[in-house]
Design a protein around this ligand. Sequence first.
Ligand SMILES: [Zn+2]
Ligand SMILES: [Zn+2]
Length: 526
Amino acid sequence: MKRTGRTIDRIAAAVLLAGIASLHSTCEARAESPAGENEVLEAAEKVTPTVEEIAQQLWDLAEVSLLEIKSSAYLKDVLTRNGFAITSEKTAGVPTAFIAEYGKGEPKLGILLEYDALPGLGNEPVPERQPRKDGVTSGHGCGHNLIGAGAMGAALAIKNLMVANDVPGTLRVYGAAAEESEGAKVFMAREGAFDDLDAMLHWHPMDVAHVSKVRLAATTHMYVEFKGKAAHAGLYPWKGRSALDAVEILLHSVNMMREHVEPTARIHYIITDGGKAPNIVPDRAVVMLTYRDADRERVNAGIAWIKDMVEGAGLATQTEGLAIDYFGMHDLLPNTPLADRMHKHFKTVGLPEYTTEENAFATELQNASGLEPTGMAAQVGPIPDEPRLGGFTDVGDVSYITPTMGVTVPSMPQGIPLHSWMATACHGHSIGFKAAVTASKVLTLTGIDLLTDAELLEQVKADFDERTEGFTYESPIPDTIKEPSGLPDEMRRYGTRAQLKATILNNTGDHGLAPHSHGTGAPHTH
Ligand SMILES: [Zn+2]
Ligand SMILES: [Zn+2]
């Protein structure tokens, strides 16, 4: 789908002006009992036990991407018990995604929850490698249990403040499932779920403290499969055609391509199927490839080039290639006034104080990882000057639709990497829980400002409009992909994976290769 940036801007401007007009009068009316900084911090402090409970629950569940069934049900339950209405479930084709809402009218503020874990990273919350005693092998190595908990804390505190102070507006909570695989936010963005928002807040656990005024990469995930002919590799290899040969030619081409793309490009791949035995000519070979660059335009150009290579490799080896760019994301667009305000609040909240036990945990973990035992980050860093980083997030797509800003809060000792068992250990420990509580406070302070400070919202919107001038949001997900490709058949609503494969093979349009090229197998994300 396509939306015209200018039209959206005009509508948004009209809505915003109306909102500002009503806000000005509201601010005057509220002058007798304004929610001061202390009251806001108190409200945020009050939800601390709930934040800790959610962090623990989600950590215990440790459900991986697309399968966060109990986690999403649990979060929906917390929201309903606290006066939110669930306005959407199985949102945008993602079974574990949802939307909840409190309040009505303008302005409209969004908060992003995440809750998926990673496979194989399960660990007890101890500073050494120790698999979980209950046998759960997955773990919150990216700390999305803390994101769910901290963002939920902010949602609850903001809602309580809205009730206590008659703050007008809509608070919308997004159950943004599957961040680690095919992020629900991109599917939601395609359905227009963020179109009417005035701003969006998010956060991520890390080993450092700063507002997320950074640029992350635009990304496309690609599935490539070649179909050849099997034959005895010794008796009559001439009867066979090797799908693995095609993969080798493709990947050699990709590696030669590296010299001729800009330094911002990152291309990485794995071969998930390269044949079954050396004495059989492989009749099937599969590559999963990720292409990243500074923006979607560059990623799209790179992907088109690689599709040509797939076709070339097929011609060279008399095999047939199938290439599907099944999922993608936009780069992350920062917002200056929002980053400035969030930074101010982050400084006010400050970093947690740690107990002797927590500090010992931190240095032991660093020692176990061969790092200097420097402990936890001690202060909130300066506002980053929008450096371009190679990571990606599905928050990127949200950030091109509505003004978006977040913070990273130390949940692990300095130098400990995300996506590791060490990270899982921290995120099930009070060190991690304190990060969620801190984030909840920063998001609450910023969220209340966005609902009540019309001048701030105006500046935020102006910055967004300037950065997106002439921009039209186009989903990086092909139209044929109605739900995440990695969903198991029993959870699919739009046909099995085999049916999806058939649809893609019959579709000679934008995705896959030219009409004559085809292969076997459905796209997947393993
Ligand atoms: Zn992650
Ligand atoms: Zn993450």
